[in-house]
Design a protein around this ligand. Structure first.
Ligand SMILES: [Zn+2]
Length: 263
């Protein structure tokens, strides 16, 4: 059982950042609860402890002590930014961390970025209490700027908060290899460089790709009784790795997208 501690930043007397009619403490709680629900509804092999599930005041040390006493395997702290900026960023501790801390955060960060359309402010480190005092790997996400009109507009949308939460939930699921509940063992991610009704066109693309060193194959895909020849350039267990391949292909002038396959 992977023990995940989800910390909804601020709460109670501490509203966190405020702007555009929003309070950070409400948004962090909403995102945290949605993240918990997605993980519990769709995945297994984990336990979740929440720093709070209502609007209560709780000190930072109470949060890290609770997670440490519980023996958490991960500490995730959810926040919303302010102070003049836009977009998403994540933090790990800027001192010494457990060896897995950077890679776990990278999976989380990249998965969130797939689900939101915010500017990527980057993977950062800082001397925040919850990151420093956590005995386990920890990260903190800053989900948009409450004092930025465009970011706040998105934070007012329940649909957008669901997207943010899904990014967090799927990122954790991927980082800790949680199994899906739906009977299958999980999903894999194929990178598709092209989809054609003519096999010849697919073969031509394979040839061009091989000139750039890509080893692909053709997969048959049917949709509405129509057969498509998909040029597949890699299958990956993580979306992050698939996205890296897509980025490589785009850098070489090819178009590509990710298709999710269940097994
Ligand atoms: Zn905050």
């Amino acid at each position: 059982m992977t023990r995940i501690y989800i910390d909804a930043g601020h709460g109670g007397n501490d509203s966190g950042a405020v702007g555009n009619g929003l309070m950070e403490k409400d948004l962090t709680l909403d995102i945290a609860l949605k993240t918990r629900d997605i993980l519990n509804n769709e995945y297994e092999g984990h336990e979740i402890m929440m720093s709070r599930t209502t609007d209560v005041t709780k000190s930072l040390s109470a949060r890290t002590n609770e997670a440490n006493n519980w023996g958490a395997d991960y500490f995730l702290s959810i926040h919303v930014n302010a102070g003049g900026g836009t977009g998403f960023e994540s933090f790990i501790y800027n001192g010494s961390t457990l060896p897995d801390t950077p890679s776990l955060r990278n999976i989380l960060h990249d998965t969130i970025m797939i689900h939101v359309d915010w500017f990527d402010r980057g993977k950062k480190s800082a001397n925040f209490h919850v990151l420093r005092e956590s005995n386990t790997s920890a990260s903190l996400t800053e989900n948009g700027f409450i004092d930025n009109a465009a970011d706040a507009e998105k934070l007012k949308s329940d649909d957008y908060l669901n997207r943010i939460a899904r990014g967090h939930a799927e990122g954790l699921a991927e980082a800790f290899h949680l199994d899906r509940k739906d009977g299958g063992n999980g999903v894999y991610y194929r990178v598709i460089a092209g989809s054609f009704t003519s096999r010849r066109n697919a073969e031509n693309l394979l040839d061009s790709l091989s000139e750039y060193g890509y080893d692909g194959f053709i997969g048959i895909f049917t949709h509405n009784d129509q057969t498509f020849y998909r040029v597949i350039v890699g299958s990956f267990q993580t979306r992050e790795n698939a996205k890296n391949r897509v980025d490589e292909l785009k850098a070489d002038g090819f178009d590509a997208f990710i298709a999710v396959y269940e097994y």
